[in-house]
Design a binder for this molecule. Sequence first.
Ligand SMILES: [Zn+2]
Length: 434
Amino acid sequence: MLAGRRYRLELDFGQVLIAEKVAGICRSVWNTALEQRREYRRRGAYIGYAQQCAQLAEAKADFPWLAEAPAQVLQQILKDLDQACRRHGTWKIRWKSRARWKPSFRFPTPAHTPVEKLGRKWGRVFLPKFGWAKFRLSRPLGGRVKSATVCFDGRHWFVSFLIDDGLPGAAEHLLPGTEAGVDRGVVTAATTSEGEFFDRAHVTEHTVSTHTPPGEGEPGGAFLSAKEAERYLRLQRRLVRTQRGSKRRKKVVAALGALMGRLRTRRADFNTQTAHRLTRDHATVVVEDLQVTNMTASAKGTLERPGKNVAQKSGLNQAILNKGWYGLERALISKARYTGSVIVKVNPAYTSQRCSACTAVDPKSRESQAVFRCTTCGHVEHADVNAAKNIKNRKAAGLVVSGRGDLQAPAGSVKRQAPRSIARGTHCAPRAAA
Ligand SMILES: [Zn+2]
């Protein structure tokens, strides 16, 4: 099966300059090619990949700097753009702005990027225009390389290999019939209907008292320490005061990028470990459908996540958690291929206000962040576990949505999307597919 492996590159000074230059060229090729496609569409015409590729080759005569990037990398950019435009439409595709874009470029032909093991801890990969680049061999490659992607993640350059590990996918789970609903939360990152708590501190005991209300706990479900969260807010304030294009702004942006890079690494690590345990222990994992959450979040307001200080700090929490949740979903889908688990998505509306025992819905039942006490039947439970049980029950009730939000049969529909998610995972995204 296809899997991703990401390693930290140890580029020398010259190679870092090359990487930055290549990344910049890729960005401008993307933007120029996108503009060209739009121009054609405005005239009612169409330009495709083959034509753009030919024009790129011609353009190298007039713009010699284009030749400083490996040809196959630029062709890959045009191919990615072509695919994106076909899938989403030319007008939906965004520019790669300097501020928003994470530098990333792919070498699609493994024959051009041979990989060698240098010892127990080091490996090296040959990248056209770069020469040999060393990387920390933090885990065995464990398969045949299909492509290599170089990307920058806040602080460091990485190389991601798409590999074929030759392992067969599991058709059936070893524990048939096991099922768990998973609720995401602000204080505990993920809670299951079976009463397991997953966060960075690995809280496994069912203890209500150790949970602090939102806004007072560690921001980001402990993915950032209190000090780091403070620093984040300070940097944000500083950023507002800087001028566009100034040196100071660059510095602040770099510092923010480094902080967020650290958070992403922790989050990816957490997602992988959590997904591993969830898919190992359960044949079916039921999660909330995020797109539905996003749509209903504003309408439900703070009722869905009650608490006293749902202001600034938990705004940060929420943002971090929302981002991470996609990562966990992706990690689950990836891991499920090996264990045979089925990942099911359900509409999450009112899961935190509904009683899992008698199904009565009342916002008042959510007594505090941690305690759910049903106003109808008096059922008392940890609020997150109650929500996770509701999520699990929704699957039993047949309220399953696919990734696109339409109703579908519960069996295995999400699992089949796996290859596409993995393909997406080969870009710079936090390594969920490991
Ligand atoms: Zn009840």
